[in-house]
Design a protein around this ligand. Structure first.
Ligand SMILES: Cc1ncc(COP(=O)(O)O)c(C=O)c1O
Length: 361
Protein backbone atom coordinates (compact mmCIF):
# COMPACT_ATOMS: atom_id res chain seq x y z
CA UNK A 1 0.00 0.00 0.00
CA UNK A 2 1.19 3.47 -0.80
CA UNK A 3 1.88 5.72 2.16
CA UNK A 4 -0.56 8.51 1.38
CA UNK A 5 0.88 11.52 3.17
CA UNK A 6 -0.91 14.36 1.45
CA UNK A 7 -3.14 16.79 3.36
CA UNK A 8 -6.35 15.07 2.24
CA UNK A 9 -7.74 12.77 1.16
CA UNK A 10 -6.16 10.92 4.06
CA UNK A 11 -5.82 7.17 4.63
CA UNK A 12 -8.84 5.45 6.14
CA UNK A 13 -8.80 2.62 8.69
CA UNK A 14 -10.00 -0.78 7.44
CA UNK A 15 -13.19 -0.62 9.56
CA UNK A 16 -14.13 2.66 7.91
CA UNK A 17 -13.61 1.26 4.42
CA UNK A 18 -15.56 -1.88 5.30
CA UNK A 19 -18.50 0.24 6.42
CA UNK A 20 -18.60 1.73 2.93
CA UNK A 21 -19.15 -1.65 1.32
CA UNK A 22 -22.54 -2.01 3.02
CA UNK A 23 -25.63 -2.44 0.85
CA UNK A 24 -27.67 0.72 0.26
CA UNK A 25 -30.61 1.49 2.52
CA UNK A 26 -33.55 3.84 2.11
CA UNK A 27 -32.20 7.32 2.83
CA UNK A 28 -35.72 8.33 3.91
CA UNK A 29 -36.27 5.29 6.10
CA UNK A 30 -35.96 4.84 9.88
CA UNK A 31 -32.57 3.09 9.86
CA UNK A 32 -30.80 5.86 7.96
CA UNK A 33 -32.66 8.43 10.08
CA UNK A 34 -31.20 6.90 13.23
CA UNK A 35 -27.68 6.82 11.76
CA UNK A 36 -27.96 10.46 10.63
CA UNK A 37 -29.15 11.66 14.04
CA UNK A 38 -26.46 9.61 15.77
CA UNK A 39 -23.68 10.93 13.49
CA UNK A 40 -24.91 14.50 13.99
CA UNK A 41 -24.88 14.11 17.79
CA UNK A 42 -21.34 12.72 17.71
CA UNK A 43 -20.15 15.49 15.41
CA UNK A 44 -21.53 18.05 17.86
CA UNK A 45 -19.35 16.52 20.58
CA UNK A 46 -16.24 16.81 18.41
CA UNK A 47 -17.13 20.31 17.20
CA UNK A 48 -17.72 21.15 20.90
CA UNK A 49 -20.96 22.84 19.97
CA UNK A 50 -24.59 22.81 21.04
CA UNK A 51 -25.57 24.52 17.78
CA UNK A 52 -26.90 22.87 14.64
CA UNK A 53 -24.57 20.67 12.63
CA UNK A 54 -25.44 19.59 9.09
CA UNK A 55 -23.98 17.08 6.67
CA UNK A 56 -23.82 18.39 3.11
CA UNK A 57 -23.04 16.06 0.26
CA UNK A 58 -20.12 17.86 -1.37
CA UNK A 59 -16.45 18.51 -0.73
CA UNK A 60 -15.26 21.28 1.58
CA UNK A 61 -15.71 24.01 -1.02
CA UNK A 62 -19.47 23.38 -1.07
CA UNK A 63 -19.47 23.95 2.68
CA UNK A 64 -17.65 27.27 2.22
CA UNK A 65 -20.21 28.33 -0.38
CA UNK A 66 -23.00 27.29 2.01
CA UNK A 67 -21.50 29.44 4.77
CA UNK A 68 -21.61 32.47 2.48
CA UNK A 69 -24.92 32.12 0.67
CA UNK A 70 -26.83 31.37 3.87
CA UNK A 71 -25.62 34.41 5.81
CA UNK A 72 -24.95 37.23 3.33
CA UNK A 73 -26.68 39.39 0.73
CA UNK A 74 -25.27 40.87 -2.47
CA UNK A 75 -23.54 44.13 -1.61
CA UNK A 76 -22.66 43.08 1.95
CA UNK A 77 -19.17 44.05 2.98
CA UNK A 78 -17.00 41.19 4.22
CA UNK A 79 -13.46 41.20 5.53
CA UNK A 80 -11.45 38.39 3.99
CA UNK A 81 -8.46 37.42 6.11
CA UNK A 82 -6.38 35.47 3.63
CA UNK A 83 -3.05 33.78 4.30
CA UNK A 84 -2.94 31.45 1.30
CA UNK A 85 -4.58 29.61 -1.55
CA UNK A 86 -7.68 28.54 0.39
CA UNK A 87 -8.18 31.95 1.98
CA UNK A 88 -8.31 33.33 -1.56
CA UNK A 89 -10.88 30.73 -2.54
CA UNK A 90 -13.18 31.68 0.35
CA UNK A 91 -12.97 35.34 -0.73
CA UNK A 92 -13.60 34.46 -4.37
CA UNK A 93 -16.79 32.60 -3.49
CA UNK A 94 -18.07 35.63 -1.55
CA UNK A 95 -17.18 37.90 -4.46
CA UNK A 96 -18.88 35.63 -7.02
CA UNK A 97 -22.11 35.86 -5.05
CA UNK A 98 -21.95 39.64 -4.98
CA UNK A 99 -20.33 40.46 -1.64
CA UNK A 100 -18.05 43.46 -1.48
CA UNK A 101 -14.83 41.87 -0.30
CA UNK A 102 -12.37 43.92 1.75
CA UNK A 103 -9.13 41.96 1.45
CA UNK A 104 -6.62 41.59 4.24
CA UNK A 105 -3.87 39.57 2.63
CA UNK A 106 -0.67 38.19 4.07
CA UNK A 107 2.41 36.89 2.40
CA UNK A 108 1.99 33.13 2.01
CA UNK A 109 3.70 31.41 4.93
CA UNK A 110 2.64 34.05 7.45
CA UNK A 111 -0.22 33.99 9.93
CA UNK A 112 -2.81 36.75 10.26
CA UNK A 113 -2.18 39.56 12.73
CA UNK A 114 -4.98 40.37 15.15
CA UNK A 115 -3.99 44.05 15.29
CA UNK A 116 -4.49 44.32 11.52
CA UNK A 117 -7.94 42.77 11.81
CA UNK A 118 -8.86 45.25 14.53
CA UNK A 119 -7.69 48.17 12.38
CA UNK A 120 -9.60 46.87 9.36
CA UNK A 121 -12.81 46.58 11.40
CA UNK A 122 -12.31 50.07 12.84
CA UNK A 123 -11.73 51.51 9.39
CA UNK A 124 -14.74 49.82 7.74
CA UNK A 125 -17.63 49.83 10.21
CA UNK A 126 -20.07 48.44 7.61
CA UNK A 127 -18.26 45.11 7.45
CA UNK A 128 -20.80 42.45 8.26
CA UNK A 129 -18.79 39.25 8.35
CA UNK A 130 -15.19 38.09 8.63
CA UNK A 131 -13.94 35.12 6.61
CA UNK A 132 -11.02 33.26 8.18
CA UNK A 133 -9.12 30.09 7.36
CA UNK A 134 -8.22 28.40 10.63
CA UNK A 135 -5.59 26.13 9.12
CA UNK A 136 -4.19 27.16 5.74
CA UNK A 137 -3.40 23.82 4.12
CA UNK A 138 -1.50 25.40 1.23
CA UNK A 139 1.15 26.95 3.48
CA UNK A 140 1.05 24.81 6.65
CA UNK A 141 0.08 27.76 8.84
CA UNK A 142 -2.52 27.77 11.64
CA UNK A 143 -4.06 31.11 12.53
CA UNK A 144 -4.61 32.10 16.15
CA UNK A 145 -8.36 31.72 15.81
CA UNK A 146 -9.14 32.28 19.50
CA UNK A 147 -7.60 35.76 19.37
CA UNK A 148 -9.07 36.53 15.95
CA UNK A 149 -12.51 35.53 17.17
CA UNK A 150 -12.19 37.73 20.27
CA UNK A 151 -11.63 40.80 18.08
CA UNK A 152 -14.32 39.88 15.56
CA UNK A 153 -16.83 39.48 18.38
CA UNK A 154 -15.70 42.69 20.11
CA UNK A 155 -16.90 44.40 16.91
CA UNK A 156 -19.98 42.17 16.83
CA UNK A 157 -19.33 40.77 13.36
CA UNK A 158 -20.28 37.39 11.96
CA UNK A 159 -17.39 34.90 11.97
CA UNK A 160 -17.30 32.37 9.12
CA UNK A 161 -14.52 29.82 9.57
CA UNK A 162 -12.87 27.47 7.10
CA UNK A 163 -11.81 24.71 9.49
CA UNK A 164 -11.63 22.11 6.74
CA UNK A 165 -8.15 20.87 7.65
CA UNK A 166 -8.22 21.61 11.37
CA UNK A 167 -11.49 20.56 13.00
CA UNK A 168 -11.24 17.14 14.61
CA UNK A 169 -7.43 17.33 14.61
CA UNK A 170 -6.43 20.71 16.06
CA UNK A 171 -8.08 22.36 19.07
CA UNK A 172 -11.16 24.29 17.94
CA UNK A 173 -13.95 24.62 20.50
CA UNK A 174 -16.57 26.03 18.15
CA UNK A 175 -18.88 27.48 20.82
CA UNK A 176 -16.15 28.83 23.13
CA UNK A 177 -14.53 30.59 20.18
CA UNK A 178 -17.87 31.96 18.92
CA UNK A 179 -17.56 30.59 15.40
CA UNK A 180 -20.89 31.36 13.75
CA UNK A 181 -20.47 29.02 10.80
CA UNK A 182 -17.67 26.43 10.86
CA UNK A 183 -16.89 24.21 7.89
CA UNK A 184 -14.93 20.97 7.70
CA UNK A 185 -14.83 18.03 5.27
CA UNK A 186 -14.81 14.25 5.60
CA UNK A 187 -11.55 13.56 3.73
CA UNK A 188 -9.36 15.48 6.17
CA UNK A 189 -8.83 14.61 9.85
CA UNK A 190 -12.03 12.56 9.97
CA UNK A 191 -10.42 9.45 8.39
CA UNK A 192 -13.25 9.13 5.86
CA UNK A 193 -13.24 9.33 2.04
CA UNK A 194 -14.27 12.58 0.33
CA UNK A 195 -17.97 13.29 -0.11
CA UNK A 196 -19.27 15.18 2.89
CA UNK A 197 -18.86 18.68 4.26
CA UNK A 198 -19.86 19.11 7.90
CA UNK A 199 -21.05 22.54 8.94
CA UNK A 200 -22.06 24.09 12.26
CA UNK A 201 -24.55 26.95 12.35
CA UNK A 202 -25.21 28.93 15.55
CA UNK A 203 -27.96 31.35 16.61
CA UNK A 204 -26.09 34.38 15.30
CA UNK A 205 -25.78 32.69 11.91
CA UNK A 206 -29.50 31.88 11.92
CA UNK A 207 -30.29 35.55 12.52
CA UNK A 208 -28.10 36.41 9.52
CA UNK A 209 -29.83 33.64 7.54
CA UNK A 210 -33.21 35.33 8.00
CA UNK A 211 -31.92 38.44 6.25
CA UNK A 212 -29.55 36.83 3.74
CA UNK A 213 -30.57 37.29 0.11
CA UNK A 214 -27.83 35.59 -1.87
CA UNK A 215 -29.27 32.92 -4.19
CA UNK A 216 -29.29 29.49 -2.56
CA UNK A 217 -31.03 26.22 -3.14
CA UNK A 218 -28.83 23.14 -2.73
CA UNK A 219 -27.09 24.60 0.32
CA UNK A 220 -30.11 26.12 2.07
CA UNK A 221 -29.54 25.64 5.82
CA UNK A 222 -33.27 26.10 6.48
CA UNK A 223 -34.05 23.05 4.35
CA UNK A 224 -31.21 21.09 6.01
CA UNK A 225 -32.66 21.89 9.43
CA UNK A 226 -36.25 21.01 8.66
CA UNK A 227 -35.24 17.70 7.07
CA UNK A 228 -32.85 16.81 9.88
CA UNK A 229 -35.77 17.11 12.28
CA UNK A 230 -37.23 14.13 10.37
CA UNK A 231 -33.89 12.27 10.34
CA UNK A 232 -33.29 13.13 6.70
CA UNK A 233 -31.31 15.37 4.39
CA UNK A 234 -33.15 17.47 1.78
CA UNK A 235 -31.45 15.68 -1.11
CA UNK A 236 -30.01 12.17 -1.51
CA UNK A 237 -26.91 12.09 0.70
CA UNK A 238 -23.62 10.22 0.14
CA UNK A 239 -25.04 7.27 2.08
CA UNK A 240 -21.81 5.20 2.02
CA UNK A 241 -19.75 8.10 3.31
CA UNK A 242 -22.24 8.57 6.15
CA UNK A 243 -21.78 4.86 7.04
CA UNK A 244 -18.03 5.43 7.05
CA UNK A 245 -18.29 8.58 9.15
CA UNK A 246 -20.42 6.77 11.69
CA UNK A 247 -17.58 4.27 12.25
CA UNK A 248 -14.79 6.85 12.27
CA UNK A 249 -16.64 9.04 14.79
CA UNK A 250 -16.89 6.07 17.15
CA UNK A 251 -13.14 5.56 16.80
CA UNK A 252 -12.51 9.25 17.43
CA UNK A 253 -14.72 9.40 20.50
CA UNK A 254 -13.07 6.27 21.85
CA UNK A 255 -9.64 7.86 21.48
CA UNK A 256 -10.98 11.10 22.95
CA UNK A 257 -10.69 14.58 21.47
CA UNK A 258 -7.92 15.69 23.84
CA UNK A 259 -5.87 12.62 22.96
CA UNK A 260 -6.45 13.18 19.24
CA UNK A 261 -5.31 16.80 19.50
CA UNK A 262 -2.25 15.75 21.55
CA UNK A 263 -1.38 13.03 19.03
CA UNK A 264 -1.54 15.52 16.17
CA UNK A 265 0.74 17.86 18.10
CA UNK A 266 3.27 15.05 18.70
CA UNK A 267 3.14 13.83 15.12
CA UNK A 268 3.56 17.37 13.77
CA UNK A 269 6.54 17.98 16.05
CA UNK A 270 8.10 14.76 14.78
CA UNK A 271 7.57 16.03 11.22
CA UNK A 272 9.09 19.44 11.94
CA UNK A 273 12.04 18.03 13.89
CA UNK A 274 12.62 15.42 11.21
CA UNK A 275 12.57 17.94 8.39
CA UNK A 276 15.02 20.19 10.23
CA UNK A 277 17.29 17.23 10.99
CA UNK A 278 17.61 16.76 7.22
CA UNK A 279 18.86 20.32 6.84
CA UNK A 280 15.59 21.56 5.32
CA UNK A 281 13.63 24.62 6.48
CA UNK A 282 10.00 24.96 7.46
CA UNK A 283 8.01 27.27 5.21
CA UNK A 284 5.89 28.53 8.12
CA UNK A 285 7.12 30.43 11.11
CA UNK A 286 7.42 27.66 13.70
CA UNK A 287 5.09 29.38 16.18
CA UNK A 288 2.24 29.10 13.66
CA UNK A 289 3.28 25.82 12.03
CA UNK A 290 0.29 23.57 11.49
CA UNK A 291 -0.27 20.32 13.34
CA UNK A 292 -1.98 18.75 10.33
CA UNK A 293 0.36 19.65 7.45
CA UNK A 294 4.03 20.57 7.31
CA UNK A 295 5.21 22.74 4.43
CA UNK A 296 8.90 22.45 3.63
CA UNK A 297 10.94 25.03 1.71
CA UNK A 298 12.96 23.49 -1.08
CA UNK A 299 15.64 26.07 -1.76
CA UNK A 300 17.40 26.24 -5.11
CA UNK A 301 19.29 23.00 -4.71
CA UNK A 302 16.28 20.70 -4.74
CA UNK A 303 14.11 19.53 -7.64
CA UNK A 304 10.76 19.03 -5.94
CA UNK A 305 9.07 17.28 -8.83
CA UNK A 306 11.91 14.78 -8.91
CA UNK A 307 11.82 14.36 -5.14
CA UNK A 308 8.09 13.59 -5.14
CA UNK A 309 8.59 11.07 -7.97
CA UNK A 310 11.40 9.28 -6.13
CA UNK A 311 9.38 9.22 -2.92
CA UNK A 312 6.39 7.78 -4.77
CA UNK A 313 8.19 5.26 -6.96
CA UNK A 314 11.04 4.11 -4.71
CA UNK A 315 9.52 4.53 -1.26
CA UNK A 316 5.76 4.25 -1.92
CA UNK A 317 5.18 7.50 -0.05
CA UNK A 318 3.04 10.16 -1.66
CA UNK A 319 3.72 13.74 -0.61
CA UNK A 320 2.10 16.93 -1.92
CA UNK A 321 3.76 19.73 -3.85
CA UNK A 322 3.07 23.43 -3.50
CA UNK A 323 -0.08 24.98 -4.91
CA UNK A 324 -0.26 27.84 -7.39
CA UNK A 325 2.57 30.32 -6.71
CA UNK A 326 4.21 27.80 -4.35
CA UNK A 327 4.55 25.13 -7.05
CA UNK A 328 8.18 24.04 -7.24
CA UNK A 329 9.01 26.05 -4.13
CA UNK A 330 7.68 23.88 -1.31
CA UNK A 331 6.49 20.37 -0.67
CA UNK A 332 4.00 19.31 1.97
CA UNK A 333 3.70 16.37 4.33
CA UNK A 334 0.13 15.66 5.40
CA UNK A 335 -0.33 14.32 8.91
CA UNK A 336 -3.98 14.51 9.83
CA UNK A 337 -6.42 11.83 10.82
CA UNK A 338 -5.17 8.25 10.94
CA UNK A 339 -1.48 8.93 11.49
CA UNK A 340 1.17 8.05 14.05
CA UNK A 341 4.72 9.12 14.86
CA UNK A 342 5.98 5.93 13.18
CA UNK A 343 4.30 6.97 9.93
CA UNK A 344 6.23 10.24 10.04
CA UNK A 345 9.50 8.52 10.95
CA UNK A 346 9.03 6.44 7.78
CA UNK A 347 8.55 9.62 5.74
CA UNK A 348 11.65 11.25 7.20
CA UNK A 349 13.88 8.22 6.64
CA UNK A 350 12.63 7.91 3.05
CA UNK A 351 13.30 11.62 2.52
CA UNK A 352 16.82 11.14 3.85
CA UNK A 353 17.47 8.54 1.16
CA UNK A 354 15.66 10.46 -1.60
CA UNK A 355 17.03 13.97 -1.06
CA UNK A 356 20.56 13.43 -2.48
CA UNK A 357 19.04 11.91 -5.65
CA UNK A 358 16.76 14.93 -6.11
CA UNK A 359 19.48 17.55 -5.86
CA UNK A 360 19.67 19.98 -8.77
CA UNK A 361 22.88 19.10 -10.66
C1 LIG B 1 -8.27 24.87 4.27
C2 LIG B 1 -9.00 24.32 3.10
N1 LIG B 1 -10.03 24.99 2.59
C3 LIG B 1 -10.71 24.53 1.54
C4 LIG B 1 -10.39 23.34 0.94
C5 LIG B 1 -11.17 22.86 -0.23
O1 LIG B 1 -11.81 21.70 0.11
P1 LIG B 1 -12.31 20.65 -1.01
O2 LIG B 1 -11.15 20.32 -1.87
O3 LIG B 1 -12.77 19.51 -0.13
O4 LIG B 1 -13.42 21.30 -1.73
C6 LIG B 1 -9.31 22.60 1.42
C7 LIG B 1 -8.90 21.34 0.76
O5 LIG B 1 -7.75 20.98 0.77
C8 LIG B 1 -8.62 23.10 2.53
O6 LIG B 1 -7.59 22.41 3.04
Amino acid sequence: MEGLRIPGPTPCPAEVLEAMSRQMINHRGPEFGQILLDVTAKLKQLFQTKSDVFLLTCSGTGGLEAAIVNTLSPGDKVLSVSIGFFGERFATIAEQFGAEVVPLRYEWGQAADVGDIRRALEKEPEIKAVLVTHNETSTGVTNDLASISAVVKEFDKLLLVDAISSLGSIELPVDDWHCDVTVTASQKGWMVPPGLAMVSVNEEAWRAYEKARMPRFNWDFGKAKSYLEKGQTPWTPAVSVVFALSVSLDMMLKEGLDNIVARHARVAKAARDGVKSLGLSLFAEEKYASNTVTAVTAGDGLDIKKLLKIMREEHQIVLAGGQQRLEGKIFRIGHMGWVSEEDIEAVISALKAALPKAAVP
